[in-house]
Ligand binder design. Structure first.
Ligand code: ARG
Length: 564
């Protein structure tokens, strides 16, 4: 039973409003004195030509109270519905326990495709904490949309083409060696890349040399391409190690270089549509009407740009995947870039330009300030994850030295803590790394939710519990149980809300709330030592909580160990 739908049905009869519209206005009140569901009557004032509180009063008298409603009360302009607690408990628990890990799944996305462009690090530069956010948020959105029935295509739009490779080739030839690159991989590539920038400040002609090499790459010159491919392979091997640690996978690794042979056609199309203009030797699309700087399509030296490849990629993806939405995860500082080339797609006459969505996020910072690749203030992702694991291991040694599979658990918890920290706030907020806060088992953290899940598992293990057959739902009407049930019941709508707003933190917060409510329930009630009917009902609740916590974590890309 969907209570909202049922209540909307009751209201439809007395208000003559369409049910769908009513569903949209029914609220879940912030505190329980206001009932389980509330219907605001403001909107009816025009139609009824009466003050909203009066309308609420009259409606409350007209409504025929069905069996599942305990009472309907008027508070100001609101009609507050109180659902019978045991009915509520029964509806929610039956739903969770019968659907198990499929609880919250829906079909709203059936037949629709979402392309998610995420992670997308730059080859030959290290995978740094800045890329963590794109990876983690993209991965969570992937799971969230999948849960809602969408077909997702996860794309890693690797930064594997562009003038930086010209710089890298120059740097390699001047200051690098085969042995050093083979030995230190990305680290060494980064070292020479940073050196290039330092040296180029003194000797600007290095930039011209670098551009020359990039032009060679574009013309398919063998030596240039061989070096590029070598840097590429080294980078991918290292990225994949990090993706494995994070448990992230992609459906395609079509990076910028994939579009090399596809850009000509797009440039031609821009020309034919009269959108290309010459400006200081370069080719641009003018965006004055849109009040933005022009979008650069071809450089003075003939080179293509980041935007040229993004435009080409979008056309390719539309043709290949027929997406309903294509979303891009990058830091806020790329807002203008996306706004510009989205505008170009619009000017080309493609109405699906509005299905291109940039999903920006804030920066990651350590105490030392913003992290940037170019000046070497980088924390390699792998190092960071390893540190998270090591810190977690210390805590486990202290709290639970006899735990079996300590290594395994430390990995799940340490990495989970990093992911959780990243997904805890609204995307645009900056993320600050603080080991102390992230790994606090009592805070609003990944380890806390994982620990609560492990606690539920431990109760079930100790009691050798199986799913009870007959549940007496009247045993779950105490305040603490009802609070847990409510949060369980809201899980599906939270998933939908997270998808609508493209905000995984809505799921993150929800499972923290559920974990907190469950811990209160656990604190207030004895479970295994209570009277048999009560015990069985409580066990059912524990099973449901365990299921939703582990599924909630899984959607965020976090594993849930059974013991920790
Ligand atoms: N490689 C870019 C960077 O590290 C991100 C690419 C995002 N995706 C895109 N289609 N532009 O900043």
């Amino acid at each position: 039973m969907d209570f909202k739908v049922e209540i909307a049905y009751l209201l439809e009869k007395v208000t003559q409003q369409p049910q769908q519209e009513i569903i949209g206005t029914i609220e879940v009140p912030p505190n329980k004195e206001m009932g389980d569901f509330a219907y605001p009557c403001f909107r009816l004032a025009k139609q009824f030509r009466k003050a909203p509180p009066l309308i609420a009063q009259e409606l409350s008298e007209k409504i025929e109270k069905p069996n599942f409603i305990d009472s309907v009360k008027v508070q100001g302009a609101y009609l507050n519905f109180f659902v019978k607690k045991q009915v509520y408990a029964q509806e929610v628990l039956q739903e969770v326990l019968s659907k198990k890990e499929n609880y919250g799944k829906s079909t709203v996305g059936e037949g629709k495709t979402i392309v998610i462009d995420y992670s997308s690090p730059n080859i030959a530069k290290p995978f740094h904490v800045g890329h963590l956010r794109s990876t983690v948020i993209g991965n969570a959105l992937y799971h969230i949309f999948e849960k809602l029935g969408y077909r997702c295509e996860g794309i890693n739009h690797l930064g594997d083409w562009g003038t930086q490779f010209g710089k890298l080739i120059v740097a390699y030839q001047k200051w690098g060696s085969k042995e050093a690159v083979e030995k230190d991989g990305i680290q060494e590539l980064m070292r020479i890349y940073v050196k290039f920038h330092d040296e180029a400040e003194k000797a600007p002609q290095l930039e011209d040399e670098a551009r020359g090499w990039f032009v060679k790459m574009q013309n398919g010159q063998e030596e240039a391409l061989a070096l590029w491919k070598w840097f590429y392979d080294i980078s991918i091997t290292e990225f994949d190690r990090v993706y494995d640690m994070l448990g992230v996978h992609f459906d395609a690794y079509t990076g910028e270089s994939f579009y090399n042979d596809k850009m000509d056609a797009v440039v031609k199309e821009l020309k034919e549509k009269n959108l290309l203009k010459e400006s200081e030797g370069a080719m641009i699309v003018d965006l004055e009407e849109e009040k933005m700087p022009p979008c650069l399509i071809i450089r003075k030296d003939g080179g293509t740009l980041y935007a040229t490849r993004d435009i080409t990629a979008a056309l390719y993806r539309k043709k290949t995947y027929h997406f309903d939405k294509c979303i891009y995860l990058t830091a806020l500082d790329q807002n203008l870039h996306f706004a510009q080339w989205f505008a170009v797609i619009k000017k080309m006459g493609y109405d699906w330009w509005k299905d291109l969505i940039h999903v920006p996020f804030g920066l990651v910072s350590l105490d030392s300030g913003k992290l940037s690749t170019r000046h070497g203030n980088v924390v390699l992702m792998e190092e960071l994850l390893n540190q998270a694991i090591a810190e977690t291991k210390k805590i486990i040694e202290e709290k639970n030295p006899d735990l079996p599979n300590k290594e395994e658990v430390a990995k799940k918890v340490g990495i989970g803590a990093v992911i959780f920290n990243d997904l805890y706030n609204s995307r645009v907020k900056d993320v600050v790394f603080s080991w102390e806060r992230m790994l606090n088992f009592d805070g609003e953290t990944g380890p806390y939710v994982q620990y609560t899940h492990a606690r539920a598992c431990s109760i079930l293990r100790r009691g050798q519990c199986t799913l009870p057959k007959n549940i007496d739902y009247t045993k779950l009407t105490d305040e603490a149980s009802i609070e847990v049930l409510k949060l369980l019941g809201q899980f599906p709508e939270k998933i939908q809300e997270a998808a609508d707003k493209l905000e995984p933190f809505i799921v993150t917060r929800h499972i923290v709330n559920l974990a907190q409510a469950f811990n209160k329930f656990y604190h207030d009630n004895s479970i295994l030592n209570s009277e048999e009917n009560t015990k069985q009902a409580r066990i059912a609740l524990v099973i449901a909580v365990k299921t939703v916590l582990s599924e909630g974590l899984a959607m965020l890309g976090i594993q849930a160990p059974e013991q920790m």
